[in-house]
Design a protein around this ligand. Sequence first.
Ligand SMILES: [Zn+2]
Length: 233
Amino acid sequence: MTKTDFTLEFVTLHERAHVELGHFSILAGVPTFNLVSKSGQSQIQEPNLPRELWDKVERCLELQADHEALEEILGNMDAVDWTKLRAIIYSITSVMVAIEKIDSQNPNPSETHPKAATRVFQLLGHVNDMWSVAASLSGSALPKREIIQAFSEAVILPTYFDAIELAKSTNATSFLDDLGDPEVFFADIMNAKLGHWRQLKTVGAREWADLKNANEQILPLVYKYQAENSTSM
Ligand SMILES: [Zn+2]
């Protein structure tokens, strides 16, 4: 598969997640779920949602859709070729950066997408956890620390620097600033994992934590939708 194929696959999975998670019913107001460009204000249908969350709902749903798509496309660290994995991650990052660029050219900047750095923070946070998922599934003979080290050197670190290179080559300066320097970025990944949200320093990590809190209150709407729409076989 080429990088374009990975890009299309990610976008397709992301859009499918919006449908499957009932995001259309949670948000009314079109065009809400156009991945690339959005305009207009959404009408929130759910009166139970506190007003202060309203401007975060769409961004939370974007991270939810990203998360579902990431789980599917990235898969298991043992089951996928690491070079291919790096190409997949690069493709996803390029989509996120492209969307931010398009959004920034919108004369009516909306709050519908999380920052690219926030989405990449979630992406690399997920990649950073792939070894633990794989380790629990495989019972591999290699010492765990060696696997983690190898995976970190072959995938996790290079993908961060791939994102930096992408940002530089496309003049995505806000993304570059929001992502942060490598030491700070990876400290944030670790602090997020440990729940030390007050110690987060990068713009992306901070938006991620802010939306994660909001998302706790939005998730019941997803569960409600799924309960109402589950079909008995
Ligand atoms: Zn979306």
